[in-house]
Design a protein around this ligand. Structure first.
Ligand SMILES: Cc1cc2nc3c(=O)[nH]c(=O)nc-3n(C[C@H](O)[C@H](O)[C@H](O)COP(=O)(O)OP(=O)(O)OC[C@H]3O[C@@H](n4cnc5c(N)ncnc54)[C@H](O)[C@@H]3O)c2cc1C
Length: 508
């Protein structure tokens, strides 16, 4: 009987647990794990045709996280007697090359529903067909497997509640798969290759990745604004360590040691600190954690400790994540278009570079928005509540093209996922999965969720001496109060760039 050699192509599934592509490949006699740093993921891209804008696809926060995740995966594979072949190059060039070199008959991989990922997969499929190697595709990044959905993708409801009720009632969640035994590498294993250093990627991956010591990317490559200079990336404290090992540790510390799941529903709208929400998103989106594994831990916690609204709510949020994945699969490219899946052509989206740059830099003069953007720029993460308000300000108060805001988040977020990011943005911009217009009353939100102004004064220390009500609305300070508190508007902190109340009236 001839022996079988398989490649497993790791993508955003950087884990050994619950990894069906890996389990499949490990049915072979010899297995070669491969990871490609695809230059297209690190370049400057243009969006949107005539009204196009440039973005760097992967910013430094996610890049750092990814490098750590790949390193952790390699180390886990080496511990099991295998290795990870790392290449800088397009997968459709690298995979046939490695497959031919080791005489592999198949390449196992995970699939994603988003257009760019699909394009890469088609190119890989074509290139493998050309060399007579079988591509084998699996779906592994959602809680519910698409084959277990109670309806065809085409009939998927466009509102979350209808979707959630259908899957809660009529779909089961599969058990996570165990980590398989790793078969040996073939004798002719190619050079494993170095994992590039962050600073190497500028030269090696593409000419477009900016050097680490530059200030954070200004979306138009314009001069960095003062606040960008104040928070260059190297000063930001990385909150998230990439990799399956760190991801599993986070599950352990959040759910078990800290016992935070018990009150997640009450704390999840928090703004400051590590534990108000799970912070699983970066690991989920790079695939260091599988959602089914997280769910199995939630269920174990329900069995061993407590089952309550909070434990239910974490699953509820993971279903939002599923919802956007399946929505992208259903709607394809429409999901990313300005008029969205609702085909809204009635909104007059504006283009204003100066306004956009103030928003991106956290210099709008609206503290709740500015604190969100400064946290995002400094750390790559910001809470859901703050994301919603920052996005709503850009899309609804400024009426700037929502996709440009989404593209900026794409660069900066450590937990970026195309479906979750563009889905949430479109929803807030009123072109997505909701029949209502969604806009946030930003000052009311700030007062409600940041009553003591801890969040805004943390990220805007120039407002730290103001009483909370003024910290959220510094424009209401009289000249005398400004002098008393030592905050001069227009000098220490910007005047608001729009009259918020007037901008809401335009929406009604
Ligand atoms: C404008 C905007 C852009 C966003 N972009 C992204 C993105 O690129 N990637 C991303 O993972 N999330 C995105 N979100 C959703 C949400 O803000 C983050 O998932 C959440 O803040 C991550 O923190 P956490 O892991 O502590 O969440 P928790 O509150 O602990 O939730 C647990 C998990 O549920 C999922 N989840 C929760 N809320 C949502 C949601 N609204 N949509 C989709 N999944 C959700 C996430 O996987 C999250 O890790 C965005 C939200 C907004 C408003």
């Amino acid at each position: 009987m001839s022996s079988h050699t398989a490649l497993v192509w790791f993508r955003r599934d950087l884990r050994l647990h619950d990894n069906e592509a890996l389990v499949d490949a490990c049915g072979a006699d010899r297995v070669v794990p491969v990871y490609c740093f695809d230059p297209r993921d690190y370049c400057q891209q243009s969006y949107g045709g005539p009204d196009s804008f440039d973005v760097r696809k992967t910013g430094l926060h996610r890049l750092r996280f990814r490098l750590e995740s790949v390193a952790d995966l390699r180390s886990s594979l080496r511990d099991r007697g295998s290795d990870l072949v790392v290449r800088i190059g397009r997968p459709e060039a690298v995979l046939p090359d490695v497959a031919t070199a080791v005489g592999a008959d198949s390449v196992s991989m995970h699939t994603w529903p988003t257009p760019e990922e699909r394009q890469v997969e088609s190119a890989v499929q074509q290139a493998l067909d050309d060399v007579g190697v079988e591509p084998r595709r699996f779906w592994g990044h959602t809680l519910t497997h698409p084959d277990d959905l109670p309806m065809d993708l085409g009939a998927l409801p466009d509102t979350y509640t209808t979707f959630r009720k259908a899957v809660e009632n009529d779909a089961s969640i599969r058990e996570p798969l165990h980590t398989p035994e790793l078969p040996a590498l073939p004798d002719s294993v190619p050079e494993p290759g170095e994992i590039p250093a962050l600073s190497d990627l500028d030269e090696d991956v593409s000419n477009a990745v900016q050097a680490e010591d530059e200030p954070l990317a200004s979306p138009n490559n314009e001069q960095a604004t003062p606040s960008e200079q104040a928070t260059p990336s190297e000063q930001a404290i990385p909150l998230f360590e990439g990799g399956e090992t760190a991801g599993r540790e986070r599950v352990e510390s959040y759910i078990w040691e800290g016992d935070h799941l018990r009150e997640y529903k009450e704390t999840r709208n928090g703004l400051v600190g590590r534990d108000y929400s799970s912070k699983f998103s970066p690991w989920l989106n790079e695939g260091c954690l599988s959602p089914r594994y997280v769910q199995s831990e939630v269920e174990r916690y329900e069995d061993v400790r407590v089952s309550n609204d909070s434990t239910y709510w974490l699953t509820f949020e993971l279903r939002w994540r599923d919802f956007f994945q399946f929505q992208t699969a259903k709607h394809g490219g429409e999901f990313f278009q300005r008029s969205g899946i609702r085909n809204r052509t009635d909104i007059d989206w504006r283009d204003d570079d100066a306004q956009f740059d103030r928003w991106a830099a956290g210099e709008t003069g609206i503290p709740f928005v500015d604190a969100a953007m400064r946290e995002l720029n400094a750390t790559g993460y910001v809470s859901n509540r703050a994301r919603q308000n920052a996005a709503s300000f850009l899309a609804n108060n400024l009426r700037l093209d929502w996709r440009r805001g989404a593209a900026y988040f794409e660069t900066q977020l450590v937990d970026y996922d195309p479906a979750s990011n563009y889905g949430n943005w479109a929803y807030i911009a009123g072109v997505g999965n909701d029949s209502r217009d969604r806009y946030f009353d930003i000052v009311a939100q700030a007062r409600r969720y940041d009553a003591d102004a801890e969040f805004v004064t943390h990220w805007l220390p120039e407002l730290a001496d103001l009483p909370p009500e003024y910290a959220h609305e510094p424009w209401t300070l009289t000249d005398a109060e400004q002098a008393d508190y030592g905050v001069q508007l227009g000098i220490d902190y910007p005047e608001p760039m729009v009259d918020l109340d007037a901008s809401y009236e335009k929406l009604d």
